[in-house]
Design a protein around this ligand. Structure first.
Ligand code: DGY
Length: 320
């Protein structure tokens, strides 16, 4: 069996595949492969380990209908037409749970960095702009005891809520399709409408999958309803907020700050005005980027491939 990986993967996953006797070929260039290159490489593979933004759409599935599995190196699967893959009888694997804590840590890091303008102060020092101690200039916002509003209270949202509750005594509200009973019981979280989430949150943190329903849901209309001191955090997908509307809301004080690990498009342009705003912190989509988590993701993604090749149910499968 042959496995193609669209990026260089952590060795822990490759070792598992090779121990099964599979031949693994990795995309080794330091750039995202094109859709055409993806199709060409997949034509000679039995299964793939897919990382990055390349699309699994009908055109791809028609060209590569022989694939026995598409194993994503991510929890998100918004780049995959799952209904079409299911019609082609191709199982789609993904890597939830193992990255929840690391991704929540990134959201928490962005929250602290934004509330204390950490990235801005770092840049000030680098520019030689640290003259004296000022009791009044460039102050941040205290988040102790404030309200965290989570959009999408799944595993990652739960971990973020737990951090905010235990470290900062924050009140937790959330908007989700289903009730999260564990969060309600353990964190005293309250389910609210999207409107109430916008109006009541001091910190808004996005932990939802990008669906058609959520595309651009944080837009001008939504930001108009937030508290002027609110901080917006997005570690899920850049498509969930409208960047121009966010920038306008930050400029006119409709919202206080933003911490983004995801942007639209990615990578963010180096001249993007958001990068010059003191109350904005941006990271290059590093939510799960710690060695232990990446190893665990690679192992889970490899296990999904192995299960498919053996005709078994994937460990974590996206198809219904
Ligand atoms: C994920 O796991 O979905 C990360 O955002 C990487 O795509």
């Amino acid at each position: 069996m042959k496995v193609f990986t669209t990026r260089k993967m952590p060795q822990a996953g490759i070792d598992l595949l090779e121990a099964e006797g599979y031949k693994v070929t990795q995309w080794s260039e330091d750039r995202e492969l094109t859709q055409e290159e993806l199709i060409d490489d997949c034509k000679v593979a039995d299964g793939i380990l897919l990382s990055g933004r390349r699309k699994v759409d009908t055109a791809f599935l028609e060209a590569c209908s022989h694939l026995k599995v598409i194993s994503l190196f991510s929890v998100g699967y918004d780049n995959v037409d799952v209904a079409a893959a299911t019609k082609f009888k191709i199982p789609i694997g993904h890597t939830p749970d193992v990255l929840s804590k690391a991704t929540a840590d990134t959201a928490f890091l962005l929250l602290l960095a934004t509330s204390r303008k950490a990235f801005y102060h770092h840049k000030r020092i680098a520019k030689g702009d640290w003259d004296f101690f000022s009791p009044t200039a460039d102050l941040g916002i205290d988040i102790h005891g404030k309200t965290l509003g989570v959009l999408g209270l799944g595993n990652i949202g739960y971990e973020m809520a737990k951090l905010c509750k235990s470290a900062y005594g924050m009140n937790i509200i959330y908007h989700n399709r289903s009730n999260n009973e564990q969060a309600e019981k353990e964190l005293d979280a309250k389910k609210v409408s999207f409107e109430e989430l916008l109006q009541q949150s001091d910190v808004l943190s996005v932990h939802a999958n990008l669906t058609d329903e959520l595309k651009g849901i944080f837009n001008k209309e939504a930001f108009a309803k937030t508290k002027p001191n609110a901080i917006f955090i997005n570690t899920a997908r850049g498509g969930i907020h409208n960047e121009a509307d966010l920038r306008e809301a930050l400029e006119n004080g409709t919202i206080w700050g933003a911490g983004l690990d995801v942007t639209n498009p990615e990578p963010m342009d180096k001249n993007n005005p958001l990068l010059d705003m003191p109350n904005v912190s941006v990271l290059p989509h590093i939510g799960s980027a710690v060695q232990e988590t990446r190893d665990a993701m690679a192992v889970l993604a490899a296990k999904n491939v192995i299960a498919a090749f053996k005709g078994e149910k994937l460990v974590k499968c996206v198809n219904p």
